[in-house]
Each structure stands twice: as structure tokens, then as C-alpha cells.
Design a protein around this ligand. Structure first.
Ligand code: HEC
Ligand code: HEC
Length: 335
């Protein structure tokens, strides 16, 4: 016998009602989890896949080579020579260099990846647009000539180049070329080194040692001295510490610079779209590498105004009463 239409309608009605409640609670559950995830990733620096920005569309890149046809012949030659010098510095200026012997065997490109064009790979995009500028390290207004020589004296633990040498003119022409399209005063997205969030704890060299052994040692070696190329002129894997590495006055000796560089560029092959280390790991490995011995230079003229020292400059005196150890490893934020 057929059921009455009214009863049918009621069953259908309660079924729909039931479905509605189930869907509603599913939505709430999913929504809550998403919100929760969001807060967890933004607070928890041990997660690896925190990207600097989910929108990579507007990261600045270098001008294409074909545009060099608009440069004069001499200018183009200088730019190309400059690029060679950045990529293969040691061939020209290293201990066995063909031009002179005035640097430690490293190449600028070891730290300024892809000849200074890699997004967040310590590129040169903001140099032409922001120099000359006042820099508190020297307490003077510096032009890019001075800044390039800073890296020769510190990162390459060597001697400054003459302003009118063909090598210096080449390097400056190349840096100018890279900055061709950047408005004066502007810093394009992806320039320089990424600034990581500061840790709430002190960075830990012992933890960093463990990370080094697993993630870095295969190339940079257990003694940190890297591996020379067969021609003995430059490094296949550059040194991270020891006599042939950057000195204690170099930018990488500040652990924030080291951690930001490594997070988005190391182990080799990593870039800003696919980091391998968590923020914590990057800070800890930075603390480890910068606790190892390296060459020294005279820093007595640096930071004439001590209150302008960066938070992680590891040499006193300071204006805030904290110790050198606290300035070297943190914690850099108050709990
Ligand atoms: C050991 C790593 C290392 C090497 C090698 C190195 N640099 Fe640097 N360089 C750095 C770091 C780190 C910074 C950023 C320092 C900072 O922000 O305090 C930097 C900054 C610079 C800047 C300024 C960038 C800006 O946007 O203000 C220039 C120019 C520069 N380097 C040129 C060179 C040249 C030319 C060479 C080769 C002769 C070279 N560097 C070799 C690590 C290195
Ligand atoms: C697969 C080999 C490899 C691994 C693994 C590796 N690196 Fe490197 N690293 C390189 C090479 C090669 C360069 C130079 C890049 C260039 O010249 O283009 C470099 C450059 C560097 C530099 C700048 C140059 C210098 O000598 O100071 C630092 C700092 C660095 N690596 C740190 C690390 C850290 C920390 C790790 C581990 C988390 C690591 N690397 C893992 C190959 C490697």
C-alpha cells in the first residue's frame, strides 16, 4: 500500500534538515582548522615552508643581456668584464690571480649568487639606487666604490682596489647596469638578503653543529675550509671558516645576515621558493659557523657612534649594557 504523501513529505523534510546540520557543522570544523593553521604557521618558526611571500610575481630580476646593444662599445666591455670579475674574482685577483694577488681566493659570486642577480641571494639590485648613502659602520657617506672595497677588505679578507683601476671600473659599471631600471631611492622586491624574524631564544651553536654535519659538511667539509677547484685558483665549495674565509669584520659575520642568506640559498640549489631549513635551523647553523675561527682585521674605526651598532654586532662597547655574547647569539627580542 502506498504511503500517504504527507508522511513522505515529513520524512524528506527531516532528512533535509539532518543533512543541513551535518553540512553546517562540517563548514564550522573546516573553517576553524584553517584559522588555527594560520595562527600556528605564523607563530611557529620551526616549520620549514614559511615562504617570504606567496606572490613571487613581482620579484625583481636582472636586465636581459640583449639590451647591452644600447650601451657604447666601451661601456659594454666594462660591464662584461665586471661580471667576469664578480663571478670569477679569484682567477683575476686571488692568490694565483692573473691581474694581482689581493684577495683570499673566494669569488664575489660565492656570496652574491648568480653574479649578484639571485632574488634574496644577496644581489646588487639596490646598490645603484641607494648609494651614495650614510652608513653607520664607517660614520660617513659612502659611495659604491667604498662599498665594493669594504667587501674586498672584509669578505675577501684582502686589499682595496684603486678607484681608477680597470677592475674597479668594471665592477661598478656592472653594478650600475644591474640597477638600470630602478628608480633612485627605491629598493626592489627581493633585493639583498632576506630579513628573518628574530628568535625568542639565543641561537645555539651546538644545535647548529648538528645541522652543519647533516646539511652542509658534505660540500663545505668538516674543517669548514671547503674544496679548491682542480686549477687551484678558486673554490668548488668555498670556505666557511679558517684562514681562507671572510674575516670577523665581514657582513656574514653578523648571524642575522648569515641566517637570512642560508635560509633561502643553502644547501646549494635551494632558493626562495623552496627553503630547506626552518628559521630556527638557519639561526643555529649561523651561530655555529660564526663561532669558529677566522681571520681578523682592525675594527677600531668601525661604528664611531656605538649606539648605532646593529643588534647582532658581536664586538663591544655597547650603549645598551648587554654583553658581547648576547649581541652575538641573542636572544634579540624581549620575551
Ligand atoms: C663572504 C661573503 C661575501 C663575499 C665573498 C662578498 N660579499 Fe659583498 N656583501 C656580503 C654581505 C653579507 C653583504 C651585506 C652586508 C650587510 O647588509 O650588512 C654584502 C654587501 C655588498 C654590497 C652592498 C649591497 C647593498 O645592497 O648595499 C656590495 C656592493 C658588495 N657586497 C660587493 C661585493 C663585491 C664586489 C665582492 C667581491 C669583490 C663581494 N661583495 C664579495 C658578503 C660578501
Ligand atoms: C651541495 C653543496 C653545498 C651544500 C650541501 C651547502 N653548500 Fe653552501 N655553498 C656551496 C657553493 C658551491 C657555494 C658557492 C656558490 C657560488 O659560488 O655560486 C656556497 C656558498 C655558501 C656560503 C657563502 C660563501 C662562503 O663561503 O661564505 C655560505 C655562507 C654557505 N654556502 C653556507 C652553507 C650552509 C650553512 C650550508 C648548510 C645548511 C651549506 N652552505 C650547504 C655549496 C654547498
Amino acid at each position: 500500500m502506498a504511503q500517504s504523501p504527507i508522511k513522505n513529505f515529513r520524512t524528506l523534510n527531516s532528512l533535509l534538515y539532518f543533512l543541513f546540520i551535518v553540512l553546517l557543522s562540517m563548514f564550522f570544523f573546516l573553517g576553524y582548522n584553517q584559522v588555527k593553521d594560520h595562527f600556528q604557521t605564523s607563530n611557529d618558526s620551526t616549520k620549514v615552508y614559511i615562504t617570504p611571500d606567496s606572490n613571487f610575481n613581482h620579484v625583481w630580476t636582472a636586465p636581459s643581456d640583449w639590451r647591452m646593444m644600447y650601451l657604447s662599445k666601451e661601456e659594454k666591455e666594462l660591464v662584461l668584464y665586471g661580471r667576469e670579475l664578480i663571478a670569477h674574482t679569484s682567477q683575476f685577483l686571488g692568490p694565483k690571480g692573473t691581474v694581482q694577488h689581493s684577495s683570499n681566493g673566494m669569488n664575489c659570486q660565492n656570496c652574491h649568487l648568480n653574479a649578484g642577480t639571485q632574488p634574496w641571494g644577496n644581489n646588487y639590485f639596490a646598490v645603484q639606487s641607494t648609494y651614495p648613502k650614510f652608513r653607520a659602520r664607517s660614520g660617513t657617506k659612502e659611495d659604491s666604490f667604498k662599498r665594493v672595497n669594504d667587501c674586498f677588505e672584509r669578505s675577501l679578507n684582502g686589499r682595496a682596489l684603486e678607484r681608477d683601476s680597470r677592475e674597479m671600473r668594471g665592477i661598478l659599471a656592472y653594478i650600475k647596469w644591474l640597477g638600470s631600471d630602478i628608480e633612485k631611492g627605491k629598493i626592489p622586491k627581493g633585493a639583498g638578503i632576506f630579513k628573518l624574524k628574530k628568535l625568542k631564544r639565543a641561537a645555539d651553536p651546538m644545535k647548529g653543529k648538528g645541522i652543519y654535519e647533516v646539511k652542509c659538511q658534505s660540500c663545505h667539509q668538516s674543517n669548514g675550509e671547503g674544496i679548491l677547484a682542480e686549477n687551484g685558483k678558486s673554490y668548488t665549495y668555498p670556505p666557511l671558516w679558517g684562514n681562507h674565509s671572510y674575516n670577523q669584520g665581514a657582513g656574514l659575520y653578523r648571524i642575522s645576515n648569515f641566517a637570512g642568506f642560508v635560509k633561502y640559498n643553502m644547501p646549494l640549489g635551494t632558493n626562495y621558493t623552496k627553503p630547506q631549513l626552518s628559521d630556527d635551523e638557519a639561526w643555529d647553523v649561523a651561530a655555529f659557523v660564526n663561532s669558529m675561527p677566522r681571520p681578523k682585521m682592525d675594527l677600531s674605526k668601525d661604528w664611531p657612534d656605538i649606539s648605532k651598532k646593529p643588534f647582532d654586532h658581536p664586538f663591544g662597547p655597547y650603549s645598551d649594557g648587554k654583553t658581547e655574547i648576547q649581541h652575538k647569539y641573542g636572544p634579540f627580542v624581549n620575551r
